[in-house]
Design a protein around this ligand. Structure first.
Ligand code: MLT
Length: 409
């Protein structure tokens, strides 16, 4: 008889956003006339920018012509896109990243899950708590965690770094030494950031203890404050300890189009082994690349028009963030995030648990958010709203929440 990967049996329930979708479906089936406003999953609502659409059309037409047709993409991705990334995302910020240190992919979610393939199962991981569930679940799937402890909402054999109001939602260096450290800034779900000096401490620590940092910078385009780094490679020594994940989903609306990339500097080594070569080997074997037309569309994000248009989209979402934040503050909520990130993190009122507040908002205001406890035990008593809705819906959602009355937290 064949055997399954029993690690999958250790996983609790389904993926957070699938649980939420099921609850919302049950509510809409029972209340078909109610207009639900979804500020739950961080999915964009604005259409792709005109410069991106134009590039998509052009590339699609090329595919119809024998001389221009493209089959499999190069393993690492097309050079035209990798050069644009190296120039605009890194060189423009004073960081030298070579194009063969950039691996184009279909998004940061898959890369953050797949990156574990190249690391030994006995590495110990450290994650922020609350945390984007993909990091933990994928490590559980590959057997790098212990058991899930439902009473604690935690996995054994994982180092949790609590991010709470007391530490301004910034993780502290852990007491126990990890091998792999997951950091995400601007943070999903709390919307917090750390400044360059603080990030430098993590880089110095990782280099000292011989850990690798998986740095998820999917939300870097939302940074508005000058002292917040856009890339971990702005810190000295990061090339010997860090892998950076980037996405086109949040900065250019590619959630349904799928495009991202991972940076692995050649200086990142385990003994004599270059981690970059392992990832190249892994991707060459298991991945056939992001589609040509999508890579062309991604390159258009870096054109003058593309930059201008996507910047306007980000400003639109950040205006929503302000509407949410100001509205909630007015109503007496305790709120953070929403300044360098499209997520607003609020304390649930009246000692409600995160899921109680989820049900309350869904039933009373027909607004969907994400329960903080779904991101980890330190998220209990918190709730996340995204700024990725339309302006009109965002405004209406906040009006509805305000109508529920002022709260004390
Ligand atoms: C979220 O809501 O946390 C994001 O949509 C997750 C993701 O980007 O996969």
């Amino acid at each position: 008889m064949f055997k399954i990967n029993e690690n999958y049996l250790k996983l609790p329930g389904s993926y957070l956003f699938s649980d939420i979708a099921k609850k919302v479906k049950a509510f809409t089936d029972a209340n078909p006339d109610n207009k639900i406003i979804r500020l739950g999953i961080g999915d964009v609502t604005l259409p792709l920018a005109p410069a991106v659409i134009e590039a998509l059309h052009k590339a699609t037409d090329e595919m119809a012509v024998k001389e221009n047709f493209k089959g499999y993409a190069p393993d690492l991705g097309y050079e035209f896109l990798r050069s644009a990334i190296a120039l605009h995302d890194f060189k423009a910020r004073g960081v030298d990243i070579a194009i063969d240190e950039i691996f184009i992919s279909d998004g940061a979610k898959s890369d953050s899950g797949n990156i574990g393939d190249i690391f030994d199962v006995n590495n110990k991981i450290a994650v922020c708590d609350p945390v984007y569930p993909v990091y933990v679940d994928t490590n559980a799937m590959s057997g790098r965690t212990g058991e899930y402890q439902p009473d604690l909402g935690k996995w054994s054999n994982v180092i949790y770094m609590p991010c709470t109001i007391e530490n301004n939602f910034a993780p502290q260096l852990p007491e126990e030494t990890p091998d792999i450290i997951y950091l995400c800034f601007p943070n999903n779900p709390t919307g917090s950031t750390i400044n360059k000096a603080e990030l430098q401490k993590w880089v110095d620590y990782a280099n000292k203890v011989g850990a690798v940092i998986i740095y998820d910078a999917a939300y870097e385009a939302y940074i508005s404050e000058a002292d917040v780094p856009h890339s971990i490679y702005e810190c000295d020594g990061a090339k010997t300890c860090a892998i950076e994940l980037r996405s086109f989903s949040k900065n250019a609306g590619f959630t349904g189009t799928r495009l991202g990339f991972t940076v692995i500097p050649k200086e990142l080594k385990c003994g004599e082994v270059m981690v970059n070569s392992l990832w190249a080997r892994r991707q060459g074997t298991k991945f056939n690349g992001a589609p040509y037309i999508i890579q062309v569309a991604g390159t258009a994000v870096y054109s003058e028009e593309g930059k201008k248009q996507t910047k306007e989209q980000i400003a639109y979402y950040m205006n929503n963030a302000k509407v949410i934040k100001d509205g909630l503050l007015d109503a007496g909520y305790s709120v953070s995030g929403g300044v360098n990130a499209p997520y607003i993190w609020l304390k649930t009122p009246d000692k409600m648990t995160s899921w109680e507040f989820f049900d309350y908002l869904l039933n009373e205001a027909n607004v969907v958010g994400t329960p903080g406890s779904g991101f980890g035990p330190s998220g209990e008593g918190y709730f996340r709203l995204t700024a990725f809705g339309t302006y009109e819906n965002t405004l209406e959602a906040i009006e509805r929440i305000k109508k529920l009355g002022s709260v004390t937290t």
